[in-house]
Ligand binder design. Structure first.
Ligand code: ADP
Ligand code: MG
Length: 226
């Protein structure tokens, strides 16, 4: 589903200062896996995830998504591929405070040229109900708990029926109990839909929720437990 081949990313801070955030990473993520990437802060997890989704361009190497060489595509083809195949949960997800739960969850369809979900409001309503928010459709983010807000973010990422869900530290702002609840939700979504998930976290305790774990340090992949 996702293939990274000799991928590196260097950030240029100044003429003398460069940061090698990701160094020569090879990674194959077959469809249907739930991969958990762990590593300390600064180890390159976010950079790697952004490369895997096409949000960041690698300095070197190739990125294939569903068999397509991402950086060989035109801008338009690339954003279509992203819109149709990938759901993304950012490290600091933002719900718009003036939109309701339902409006927040249905938001991506505004930017999507993918009309397979003909009635986005209906699909969002259904998804929110599945995620336990059926009675919160008209509530605003401030009226929801942190865990409920994160469920809205997850619904929003799933709205376009992506084949891959990429999540960057989706539980880092949550208390321990809510973290467990949200990780169990990812596990359940994976079991029920067979969607490919790549989830990044600094907490190695969470690897038990996935089907495979990968550890990063200093821009490298250290080990892989299959
Ligand atoms: P993690 O998500 O594991 O904390 P990151 O991928 O965010 O790691 O960062 C990896 C390294 O790259 C760090 O040293 C970080 O400071 C650096 N870095 C990340 N983003 C940028 C950027 N936009 N510009 C310059 N350096 C960056
Ligand atoms: Mg990060």
């Amino acid at each position: 589903m996702i293939s990274l081949q000799h991928v590196s990313k260097e950030y240029v801070l100044s003429q003398e200062q460069k940061v090698s955030a990701v160094i020569d990473v090879n990674l194959e993520i077959p469809a249907g896996e739930f991969v958990i990437i762990t590593g300390r802060s600064g180890s390159g997890k976010t950079t790697l995830l952004n490369i895997a989704s096409g949000l960041a361009k690698p300095t070197q190497g190739k990125v294939f998504i569903a068999g397509q060489d991402l950086w060989e595509l035109s801008d338009r083809q690339q954003s279509m591929l992203r819109n149709q195949k990938i759901g993304f949960i950012f490290q600091f997800p933002s719900l718009l405070p003036t939109l309701s739960t339902l409006e927040n969850a249905a938001l991506p369809t505004i930017f999507s040229s993918n009309h397979q979900s003909d009635n986005p409001t209906e699909r969002a309503t259904e998804l929110l109900a599945q995620l336990g928010l059926g009675d919160k459709l008209v509530a605003y983010p401030r009226q929801l708990s942190a865990g409920q807000q994160q469920r809205v973010v997850i619904a929003r990422a799933l709205l376009n029926q992506p084949q891959v869900l990429l999540a960057d530290e989706p539980t880092s702002d949550l208390d321990e109990q809510t973290e467990i609840e949200i990780m169990e939700l990812f596990h359940q979504i994976h079991q029920e839909s067979g969607i490919t998930i790549v989830l990044v976290t600094h907490s190695s305790e969470l690897v038990r929720y996935g089907t495979r774990s990968i550890k990063m340090a200093g821009g490298h992949i250290l080990n892989e437990n299959l």
